[in-house]
Design a protein around this ligand. Structure first.
Ligand code: ATP
Length: 257
């Protein structure tokens, strides 16, 4: 069987006395688009932060491409080809769009300015933002800024030995966008995986129905520290299980308090 890109073994995390994740197992395989779904405050963002190496589990093991993660990024762990796309685009206002996208290469690679510009233009074209390099973030819309942050998440140094495609982690990438703006981002996210092959898999945290439907094939449903349900997105929407039914219909009646 194919090696998982990500594997969790009994990962637990608590903040103070509050257990957020209780011995959670997770596997993500190449090509997968996985939705991490669940009520507010259950720990979905915590899952992404653990995967990105921003925080460490209390117990349990996290493997990325078969390699055990021993430390956090702050403690010197390499990012291991994992890109986090935040809800806020988190662009630097004083840098141009091009400089924002190429930022990590400008800082950390030995590539020439011309090569970085070429890679930047290529990634911006992939997200439908050609010829915007010289604009500043304040000059473009919120939806466009999100696309710029996607371009930044998929850029990598072709000269490093581990130029593997990134695993992308999306934290509410369509929050606050109108339906058309959302569809644009959802289409880009999906095509970066399936058409342009610019990432190897992704995890998606979202509450937006269109985003769940358009960008995920499989769902893990987090509630009270555990994945209470796992299955295809289609099955999740058809499910009669009270937890899922309540979540997807938004009913006040049900097990989610
Ligand atoms: N650094 C921290 N210190 C203390 N508590 C934290 C910390 N980070 C998260 N929490 C708590 O852990 C719980 C889970 O937070 P998390 O942001 O992962 O939830 P979420 O499912 O992403 O929520 P939402 O859907 O509302 O964004 C929350 O109760 C939150 O207050």
């Amino acid at each position: 069987m194919e090696e998982p890109l990500i594997e969790w073994r009994k990962v637990s995390k608590a903040f103070g006395s509050k257990v957020i994740l209780d011995q959670v197992d997770l596997k993500v395989f190449p090509g997968e688009a996985v939705g991490v779904i669940g009520p507010s405050g259950t720990g979905k963002s915590t899952i992404l932060k653990l995967l990105a190496g921003l925080i460490a589990p209390d117990t349990g093991e996290i493997y990325v491409r078969g390699q055990k993660r021993e430390r956090t990024i702050e403690q010197g762990e390499a990012p291991q080809g994992i890109g986090l796309v935040f809800q806020q685009s988190a662009l630097f206002d004083s840098l141009t769009v091009g400089e924002n996208v190429g930022f990590s290469l400008i800082r950390h690679s030995k590539l020439s300015r011309e090569k970085i510009q070429e890679l930047t233009a290529e990634k911006l074209a992939l997200v439908g933002m050609s010829n915007t390099q010289d604009l500043y973030p304040a000059e473009i819309s919120g939806g466009m800024r999100k696309r710029v942050s996607l371009a930044r998440a998929i850029i990598s140094d072709p000269e490093t030995a581990d130029d593997q495609l990134n695993i992308l982690l999306y934290d509410e990438p369509t929050a606050g966008l109108d339906p058309v703006g959302s569809t644009r981002i959802e289409t880009v996210i999906r095509e970066l995986l399936t058409v342009q092959k610019a990432c190897s898999a992704y995890l998606m945290v979202t509450h937006v129905h269109s985003t769940i439907k358009l960008t995920t094939d499989r769902i893990v449903f987090l509630y009270q520290g555990k994945f209470q349900w796992e299955g295809t997105t289609d099955d999740a929407y058809r499910s009669e299980i009270p937890l899922l039914k309540q979540f997807f219909t938004g009913s006040i009646e049900g097990p989610i308090k």
